[in-house]
Design a protein around this ligand. Structure first.
Ligand code: CTP
Length: 421
């Protein structure tokens, strides 16, 4: 599975370093060649001897070793790798990466790298939660560093919380995913809308809904990791934009529509946002005062333009237009009607009855409804999954669809060379 792939593994100081030995075994079993660098801290937990035995390659430790430099300098070490995996990545090493330090062999190699980097953080949960670590993580994510884990659970120190290094199987799976899917959507431009919109009543009040943006952001993150050029048009959310995604924060439905229009044309449009259906016809420029207004207050509302419908019928329609349908009851029938009225190709329909606990949750339970070229509808119910897994499943569907387009020589926009492999 990883035949012909070369991985440079950096082992920093942490008790989780023992898991990395198993990770090396899995990489080797899958056919990858592995070179390892141990930091001084890493050497306290696993020996270079056991690491080199498992790698079947010399383990490197010292920036100043002339022998290493003459045989395999630090630049070559990082150049010859297809991927650099740092596991475990200690809080200290993460801080070093974020600040561009280069005072040992490991940090020098990573700073000199022109390859993708994946880190598997491992530390005490208080260290993980510390704003300094979180800020460093955001810096790395913004630079496009892939992150696997950490996980919640019991720690070596006896405390429980977020910070355990992912199991070797998970780091291995993420590595595999990086190599297998990393370029699947390369060359495709995608516009994703996410989150709620705020429709102003006056300068201090607005109308909105419960959307958290988690699903739209997860889709943007996965598609970007699969190589797509992702433009995320997001209503007000408390989430950070994912790495490698171009983020366009907007407030109202009108702002969202204008931003989408500016970004068109695209190969794919995915409307995940819970766009407000109505706006206040004439928002007040000044704060409405209870004492001056009529009681009960009547607000005159007018309909917002439907962004999904606009995109599905515009001149340079994306090849694939996908919507979401938030329904309460009669899910499939309503979604099937919606796919027709909106004119989109696929709809992911979910039942947002509050007992289903979808809004704000990390999970989603969707049905994928597709309309084919003959307007025939098909419906597939997906199990309840994390929003990240829904995004991954959708990414597979999209990659398959573009493979079909490629076979049929169809790419109406002629916007990009489709390279879905
Ligand atoms: N949508 C949109 N612009 C709007 C309203 C909705 O782009 N002004 C998109 C959403 O992003 C979603 C889809 O349309 O992809 C369906 O949204 P939903 O709220 O389920 O349906 P509505 O069109 O608002 O219809 P209703 O509220 O009557 O069910």
């Amino acid at each position: 599975m990883l035949k012909d792939k070369s991985i440079l593994l950096v082992i920093t100081g942490g008790i989780a370093a023992y898991k990395t030995l198993d990770l090396i075994r899995q990489y080797r079993k899958a056919g990858a060649s592995v070179r390892a660098i141990l930091t001084k801290g890493g050497e306290q937990f696993v020996t270079p001897l056991s690491v080199s035995a498992l790698c079947e390659n010399q383990a490197y430790t010292d920036l100043w070793s002339l022998k290493d430099e003459s045989e395999m300098g630090h630049i070559r070490l990082s150049r010859e790798a297809d991927l650099i995996v740092i596991a475990p990545a200690s809080a200290d090493f993460i801080a070093k990466l974020a600040h561009g330090r280069a005072d040992d062999l490991a940090s020098t190699c990573v700073l000199a790298a022109d390859k993708d980097i994946m880190i598997a953080p491992a530390m005490n949960h208080k260290m993980w939660d510390n704003p300094a670590t979180q800020a460093n993580m955001r810096t790395l994510e913004k630079r496009g560093v892939y992150v696997t884990g950490p996980e919640n659970g019991e720690m070596a120190c006896g405390e429980t919380g977020m910070g355990r290094m992912s199991e070797p199987e998970t780091v291995f799976e993420d590595t595999l995913n990086h190599f297998q899917n990393g370029q699947k959507l390369a060359g495709l431009k995608v516009i994703v809308t996410s989150g709620p919109t705020h429709e102003p009543i006056d300068p201090v009040r607005y109308i909105s809904n419960h959307s958290s943006g988690k699903q739209g952001h997860a889709i943007s993150e996965v598609l970007a990791k699969w190589g797509a050029e992702v433009h995320l048009v997001s209503g007000p959310v408390s989430l950070n934009p994912p790495a490698k995604v171009k983020n366009y924060p907007v407030t109202s439905a009108t702002d969202m529509l204008n931003q989408v229009k500016n970004l068109l044309p695209a190969d794919i449009f995915i409307g995940v946002a819970a766009v407000a259906d109505w706006k206040i016809k004439t928002p007040s420029d000044t704060k409405l005062k209870k004492s001056e207004g009529a009681t009960p207050l009547t607000l005159e509302m007018t309909e917002n333009e439907d962004i999904l419908k606009y995109v599905a019928s515009c001149d340079r329609r994306p090849d694939l237009v996908i919507g979401f349908a938030a329904e309460t009851g009669d899910l499939k029938d309503k979604a099937k009607r919606k796919i027709k009225t909106k004119g989109c190709d696929w709809i992911l329909a979910n039942d947002v009855t509050h007992t289903n606990n979808i809004f704000g949750s990390d999970e989603n339970h969707v049905n994928l409804i597709k309309s084919d070229e003959n307007n025939e509808l098909s419906c597939e119910e997906w199990p309840r999954l994390t929003k990240k897994d829904v995004a991954i499943k959708l990414a597979h569907e999209i990659a398959d669809k573009f493979k079909t387009f490629e076979r049929e020589g169809k790419n109406d926009n002629n916007l990009n060379i489709i390279s879905a492999k």
